[in-house]
Design a protein. Structure first.
Length: 147
């Protein structure tokens, strides 16, 4: 089951994961992968492009970080409804530990808005479970910083 439209060029100077990332983006732009739809699994992509799992994981991770895709535990990886929006990064240098908690709260508020967008295509029950999982991560980070 090989992709006849475009394949991975092992002789190219562009790394395999970047080639795969571009192929996935093209499929989204062409409408082959539509917003809210699940894309093939990591193993299916490995088989389809005859590559190992590491570059597949790297390509998917970057697309998730860019806001093009989102992952739903137990269900797969999906095309984001707002795939043009990029995740924002912020580097902060502070001198006192207490400031970190305030900054984390502000960043979490922005993350909550992102979670709302990520969960739009989910059922209420799935969205609640996903957000609860993210809240647990936040609480763990907060407790680590306050120690």
């Amino acid at each position: 089951m090989r992709d006849v439209e475009r394949s991975i060029d092992r002789q190219a100077s562009l790394p395999i994961y970047r080639q795969l990332k571009e192929i996935i983006k093209e499929k989204i732009e062409d409408g082959k992968f539509r917003p809210g739809n699940r894309i093939p699994t990591e193993y299916e992509l490995c088989e389809q492009f005859e590559i190992s799992r590491a570059p597949v994981r790297q390509a998917l991770l970057e697309l998730v970080n860019e806001g093009v895709l989102y992952r739903q535990q137990g269900s797969g990886t999906f095309v984001n409804h707002h795939c043009g929006e990029r995740a924002r990064s912020l580097r902060v240098i502070v001198t006192e530990d207490l400031w970190i908690l305030d900054i984390l709260r502000v960043l979490w508020q922005g993350r909550f808005l992102s979670l709302v967008r990520e969960t739009e295509a989910m059922s209420d029950k799935e969205a609640e479970a996903y957000i609860q999982g993210q809240l647990a991560v936040f609480e763990e980070q907060r407790s680590m910083l306050s120690d």
